[in-house]
Write a protein that binds this ligand. Structure first.
Ligand SMILES: Nc1nc2c(c(=O)[nH]1)N[C@H]1C(S)=C(S)[C@@H](COP(=O)(O)O)O[C@H]1N2
Ligand SMILES: [Mo]
Length: 400
C-alpha cells in the first residue's frame, strides 16, 4: 500500500551498518496558504515543545539544582534555557551597569573593571561543557534513575564568550609569589574557591556571553569564571573579586564540600578535573522504543582532559563493543555527540557506552571506580551507565 508508513532497511554486509532507504508516506495536495503569525522581537520555541529542566523536589535556595533534559537534546550545544543550574544562595539580580570585578593581592597594579571595560578587551568564544562534580552521584551505590536527565543532567555545553583571564593577569601584573588565586561570587553565599594560577595562563575565561547572547542570570550574569574541564563548582558565577595569593585559602566550599574522602580516611583535595564520561541519551530510561528494526543509538561523551577520541557502544550487555561515529566538531572539553546505527531484534537487552579521551584514559566501570575510591564520597562518579530495553520497548536504568 503506497499510503501506509513503511520503513525500508538495508543491511550493508561489509560494514554491518544499517541504512534507511526511505521512510514516510505520500505527500497530500498542497493546502491553501493561510497568513501566519507576525514577527516578534525575541523568539520562543513552539508551545507544542515541552521539554524542560527537572527541578529536584527537595530544592531550597541553598540546595537548588535543575537538570538538563539530555535525552531530548540534539547535537552538542545546550540551549541556554535548558542549561542546568546549581546555586547555593539563589540567583542574585545584578545590574551590569553597576557590577564590577576587582583583581588584587600579589599583583603590581590592583585594578577594578566594569563590565563594559571587560567587553572592550580582547575576547574569545569557545565551546565548553560545565559539569557539577555531584553529577551522576546516584551511580556510586547505585540507585536506578528514571531518566538520563535525573541521573546525569548536571552537565551542559555552551559557546562561552569572554576575556582570557591571562589578559587580565597581564594587566594587573601577577607577582612571582602568586601561585594561586581565589575567585569570589557576589551571591549571598559568597562562593569562593582557590584555583592554581596555571589555569589562568592556560584556558580560564571571565565569560560574559553564552550561546551568542549575554549570560543567563542563572549562569552568572553579568560575568562568571569559566574553568574549562574542571568541576563546575570552581567556575564561580556572579564573579566580583579575584585575589592572587601564594597558597590555597581552604575556603568553606573546598573543605566541607568538594573534597573527596577516601576509604583509608585520607581525602583527595582539589579534584578539579572532570574525567571522561559518556552516556547513551537515546534510547535511555523513561523512553520507549517503537517497533523492532532500525534505531539510531545516540549519546554524549566529554572529558575535562581534552578531546574524546573514541566511544564504544555495546548492545549486548557488554559482551561485544562497536565503535560509534563521533559527530564533528569534536572539541576538547566539550560535549561530543556520538551515534551508532542499530537494528533492534525485539529481544530484551542491555546497552551501554564507554569513551576514551586524548590522554588515553578510558571511562571505568562502577566496580573499578569503587575499588579505587570507596564509597565515602558522592563526587566524581563517571562510571559506565547501562540501560535495559524490555521486549515491549520500554527502557529502564539497568543499575542493580
Ligand atoms: N557564585 C556562585 N558560583 C557558583 C555556584 C554558586 O552557588 N554561587 N555554584 C557552583 C556549582 S556547585 C556549579 S556545579 C556551577 C553550576 O553552573 P551553572 O548553574 O551555570 O550550571 O556553578 C558554580 N558556581
Ligand atoms: Mo556543583
Amino acid at each position: 500500500m503506497e499510503n501506509s508508513r513503511r520503513w525500508f532497511l538495508r543491511a550493508l554486509s561489509a560494514s554491518g551498518a544499517a541504512v534507511m532507504a526511505a521512510c514516510g508516506r505520500r505527500a497530500p495536495e498542497e493546502p491553501p496558504s493561510l497568513l501566519g503569525s507576525p514577527v516578534k522581537p525575541y523568539g520562543e520555541r513552539s508551545p507544542l515543545e515541552q521539554t524542560a529542566r527537572r527541578i529536584a523536589d527537595t530544592s531550597t535556595p541553598e540546595a537548588a539544582a535543575s537538570r538538563t533534559p539530555l535525552q531530548d537534546l540534539n547535537g552538542m550545544i545546550t540551549p541556554s534555557s535548558l542549561h542546568f543550574e546549581r546555586h547555593h544562595a539563589g540567583v542574585p539580580g545584578l545590574d551590569p551597569a553597576r557590577h564590577e570585578l576587582m583583581i588584587h593581592g600579589l599583583v603590581d597594579r590592583p585594578l577594578i573593571f566594569t563590565v563594559d571595560e571587560l567587553k572592550r578587551l580582547p575576547s574569545v568564544s569557545r565551546i565548553y561543557f560545565v559539569e557539577c562534580s555531584g553529577n551522576s552521584r546516584t551511580g556510586w551505590r547505585p540507585v536506578p534513575q528514571p531518566s538520563a536527565q535525573a541521573g546525569h543532567g548536571l552537565t551542559s555545553c555552551s559557546n562561552w564568550t569572554g576575556v582570557p583571564l591571562s589578559v587580565l593577569f597581564k594587566e594587573v601584573g601577577v607577582q612571582p609569589s602568586g601561585r594561586w588565586f581565589i575567585a569570589e561570587g557576589a551571591d549571598a553565599c559568597r562562593m569562593m574557591r582557590s584555583i592554581p594560577i596555571e589555569k589562568a595562563w592556560d584556558d580560564a575565561l571571565v565569560a560574559y556571553g553564552q550561546n551568542g547572547e549575554a549570560l543567563r542570570p542563572e549562569q552568572g550574569y553579568p560575568i562568571r569564571l569559566m574553568l574549562p574541564g574542571w568541576e563546575g563548582n570552581a567556575s564561580v558565577k556572579w564573579l566580583r573579586r579575584i585575589k592572587v595569593v601564594d597558597a590555597p585559602v581552604m575556603a568553606r566550599d573546598e573543605t566541607s564540600k568538594y573534597t573527596d574522602l577516601m576509604p583509608d580516611g585520607r581525602a583527595r583535595q582539589f579534584t578539579f578535573l572532570m574525567e571522561a564520561k559518556s552516556l547513551i541519551t537515546r534510547p535511555s530510561a523513561g523512553q520507549k522504543l517503537g517497533a523492532p528494526g532500525f534505531h539510531e543509538i545516540s549519546g554524549l561523551a566529554w572529558s575535562g582532559a581534552g578531546a574524546i577520541t573514541r566511544v564504544e557502544v555495546s548492545t549486548d550487555g557488554g559482551a561485544t563493543w562497536a565503535d560509534a561515529q563521533l559527530q564533528a566538531p569534536v572539541l576538547a572539553k566539550a560535549h561530543t555527540r556520538f551515534t551508532l546505527p542499530w537494528r533492534w531484534d525485539g529481544r530484551e537487552t542491555v546497552i551501554a557506552a564507554r569513551c576514551t579521551d586524548e590522554s588515553g584514559y578510558v571511562q571505568p566501570t562502577r566496580e573499578a571506580l569503587v575499588a579505587e575510591r570507596g564509597l565515602n564520597s558522592d563526587y566524581h562518579c563517571n562510571a559506565i551507565q547501562h540501560w535495559k530495553i524490555h521486549m515491549d520497548g520500554t527502557v529502564v536504568d539497568a543499575a542493580v
